[in-house]
Design a protein around this ligand. Sequence first.
Ligand code: ADP
Ligand code: MG
Length: 637
Amino acid sequence: MKYKMTRKQKKMLRRIIIAACLLVAFTIIKVVFSQIPWPVFLALFLIPYVIIGYDVIRTAVINIIHGQLLDEKFLMAIASIGAIATGEFPEAVAVILFFQVGELFESIAVGRTRKSVAALMDIRPDYANLIITDADGLEKEETVSPEEVNVGSIIVIKPGEKIPLDGIITEGTTTVNTSALTGESLPQDMAPGDKVISGTLNLTGVCRVRTSGIYSESTVARILELVENSSENKAQAENFITRFAHWYTPVVVIAALLLAVVPPLFLGIANGEVWSTWVGRALVFLVVSCPCALVVSVPLSFFSGIGGASREGILIKGANYLEALSKADTVVFDKTGTLTKGAFAVDDIHPNEISRAELLDIAALAESYSSHPIAVSVIQAHHDHLDKNRVGDVREIAGKGVCAMIDGDSYYVGNGSLMDEIGAAWHECHLTGTIIHVARISSGSCEYLGHIIVNDEIKAESEEAIEELHKVGIDKTVMLTGDKEDIAGNVAKKLKLTEYYAKLLPEDKVERVKELMAKGARTVFVGDGINDAPVLATADVGIAMGAMGSDAAIESADIVLMDDDPLKIAKAVRIARKTMTIVKENIVFSLAVKAVILILGALGIANMWLAVFGDVGVLVLAILNSLRCFRIISGKK
Ligand code: ADP
Ligand code: MG
């Protein structure tokens, strides 16, 4: 990706080049014509000094007035003025020159990373084409801002336009590119009835969409908010750096003062040469007294790691989650919708003294307000029109089923444990699958009406996803489900999970995760966001998958996978680990180089040239290293 410098950065580059040329030229003159008296050189070197340093000196003065004595610009100003005082004119220019090189580099690196994250921001739609019907019944199209579109409005989306709001296609077919959100480059075909997601790109056809929500609740608005707020959740490593910086600078500055004053007291307080030697060494300390390399590179690493992940459709809500993910050793999964497709198909209907159609009719009506994958499948199997007016008083019993009033009677639809609860005379089914039992309670008596057998399929990627997780060093993969023992056991065996627990209510899932954590496991919980918000919040890291359009998931999770591909979990772990490695490299490397310069400086081996070169060198290298977080191509998908 090409990065264009801003005007300010270009101006700084020109100042650096001019000052550097003058510095080299005057240094040569100084070496060749060393007999020229020093005031001439002072005058000469002041030219590049002012060109490169006027703003540093100005800020330093302002900061002294405000009492900020440990500000990096102030320290650089002192170091350079000290160098002038001890007659080291070229060094004085070099200190400021290299400092500015570092600053410029930093601003370019940060700008570049911002821009890449902003490329994601490119999903922000600018307008919507709203259809307005006037008094004569004539339709006309008006371009409005997405915020102005009400729920249920009709908008037109043309080829090449961003989809501004979530909705359902009412007319027209097209293909949609979701890569900005999911990292998936394959376009998807869309036809009337299909759901479109805001922030994706309409490629080929013109279509009309009925909006299903307002802009501030749309997928795109939620994602943007998430990305914009992610820098507020700081990692421990970042907090460490902040605390470190708080102490490092004062300590080094005090050491510099001591170095300048104490040795001359013993070695000859009246000897000018002793003074200039030790003041010179103290200046070396001042030059490396700024922890810039750390302060800049560590947050930048996290920022670019998060940016890199978002390009893959992995949204991470903060550096702290990236850090926690890198340490995880146990991944806990919800079954339905996470490891399995969550798209159940109705296999069979076994009614008890009523007709098959009647049983399906009741089940579909009772489920008609639920968004649970089982509910969706039952409703889909019911081809006729559902008269929702017959249904009232609907209650979802999480992990068990639903109950509803239909035509004045109370109906329960759900698993065996729900049937036990109401005392229905139910029985097991000989077929394999998830069994949805139906019972009616009218005038105090409970009547078992039969059951519907639905089956779910394991996602094609699930097996490889588990394998990949074990490969990246996750010890334990655990599945938690509210489903029956035999189905759970089957899925666990097929996917080679290390553990599974069946027949759990949502609160039991929370308990299981807490138990694991009490035993010292660092847990990641992966769910689809339907009724597992409490578990998502309990685990060290909650990952919601299939977030395209699901509000609950985006809100309750720490990490959101935009598509429902479980392979992305291992990828996220890889990105997190790599980012942490880079962060640690930067911390160790920067501290080591500073320590070496400080020791050599105190011994008089390192001069100011080495100090300033080393210090800026570390900054540049650390920044370059951070930028690698953005390009973690883990080889495998
Ligand atoms: P999972 O743990 O696999 O995600 P849930 O906790 O959502 O599953 O549900 C557990 C069990 O409760 C399901 O296997 C099903 O038997 C029953 N159940 C939950 N919701 C419904 C519903 N809306 N209709 C019928 N049965 C349901
Ligand atoms: Mg579930």
